[in-house]
Design a protein around this ligand. Structure first.
Ligand code: GDP
Length: 359
């Protein structure tokens, strides 16, 4: 799937960079172009991408400090500038646009839904959001911001692919300390998904194509993507169990959103040397996925790669009823309930007082 990426905010910019680099390093050519947008100039400077600084008249390049309402207002005011900068990048080859953002902050959280809405108005290709959910240890503000942003994204985007910072906690690294590794791991999943849809010349019809990715994402509001790999024997007959267990690992331990196993649609791409991929294993894996997700629509195919390993890439569409999404939404609702009442203005204590105002 040839895609144009738009990174919004700090996490959005870093993740977009990781994705563009993954695609370029592997030579897939699925990422057509990328742009990063932010209200904070310091977050744009280190990025090796074209950038747009928005909201200069409001925040003077200093960012919105986690205020996603301000992030949304600023983006609303400056959306035209962003669309102008993107116009030359979204060529006739583009099959999708991905708006990438951390949902817990300010600029990405507030700005991404605005940009998704504006892009959907202008372009006929699907506009997807790629949203990072805050880990459960991040503060209440992050949960509230992410809850509001996600609610709006699900309405505005053709689908929202969720990447949960908690999905990588088990690696033993702290969320903040491990962002580079987390971003690389997220980029691999999404990068392979884009590349899997790129048809490979001269290979049999069992290859996954872009329309299957799009149709799987069409199933519903939220989606997740999983990956796992294992060494493969040369003889495909010996790889029945390997293919099956790799798909199982991708779903059980390799998802971008853990425990998101209830889905409306699924796509499983078996990546590797087509001569090593066991057809029987792929067929069994597809049946297993159908039972595991409760989805009647399980698409499948190969993703031919020159490798001695076999890998499984699993896309689940329509995961909004799954336990992990419910857990996150409950966390966000609780954080909204716990929000302090509006603080009284301390200046009210001086009402009708002899003390004069300084300014
Ligand atoms: P913004 O610049 O105002 O949009 O705010 P951020 O992009 O910093 O968003 C904050 C949220 O994104 C928090 O939940 C962070 O945990 C998360 N975050 C920040 N940087 C990264 C990153 O590089 N990778 C990932 N996966 N998450 C990040």
């Amino acid at each position: 799937m040839k895609a144009v990426l738009l990174g919004v905010g700090q996490a959005g910019g870093k993740l977009t960079t990781a994705l563009a680099e993954f695609d370029a390093d592997a030579g897939y050519g699925a990422v057509l172009d990328a742009l990063a947008v932010n209200t904070a100039s310091a977050d744009l400077e280190p990025l090796p991408l074209d950038t747009v600084l928005v909201g200069q008249s409001r925040v003077n390049g200093h960012g919105v400090g986690g205020d996603n309402e301000l992030g949304a207002e600023v983006m609303e005011e400056d959306a035209v500038e962003v669309l102008d900068a993107l116009a030359s990048k979204i060529t006739a080859d583009a099959e999708a646009i991905f708006v990438v953002a951390g949902l817990g902050g300010g600029t990405g959280s507030g700005g991404a839904p605005i940009l998704v809405r504006e892009l959907s108005r202008v372009y006929d290709v699907p506009v997807y959001a790629l949203g990072v959910l805050p880990g459960r240890d991040e503060g209440a503000m992050y949960q509230v911001n992410a809850g509001r942003s996600l609610k709006t994204l699900v309405r505005e985007a053709d689908a929202t692919v969720l990447l949960d910072n908690d999905a990588w906690r088990s690696s033993g690294e702290s969320v903040e300390g491990g962002f580079a590794a987390i971003n690389a791991s997220m980029a691999k999943r999404v990068g392979l998904l884009l590349a899997a849809g790129e048809s490979v010349e001269g290979v049999a019809e069992s290859v996954v194509d872009t329309s299957e990715v799009i149709n799987t994402l069409r199933a519903g509001g939220m989606a997740a993507v999983g990956f796992a790999s294992a060494p493969a024997a040369e003889d495909p007959e010996e790889n029945v169990t390997t293919v099956m267990s790799t798909v199982r690992s991708a779903v059980m331990t390799g998802m971008s959103l853990p425990n998101a196993t209830e889905a409306d649609a699924a796509l499983v791409a078996i990546a590797g040397d087509p001569d090593r991929i066991s057809r029987k294993g792929a067929e069994k894996a597809r049946k297993w996925l159908q039972e595991e997700t409760g989805s009647m629509q399980v698409r499948g195919g190969d993703f031919p790669l020159d490798s001695e390993r076999v890998a499984a890439l699993v896309l689940l569409g329509g995961v909004e009823r799954s336990r992990r999404v419910e857990e996150f939404l409950e966390r966000a609702r609780q954080a909204v309930r716990d929000e302090p009442e509006e603080q009284p203005d301390p200046a009210d204590a001086f009402q009708n007082d002899e003390i004069d105002d300084l300014l």
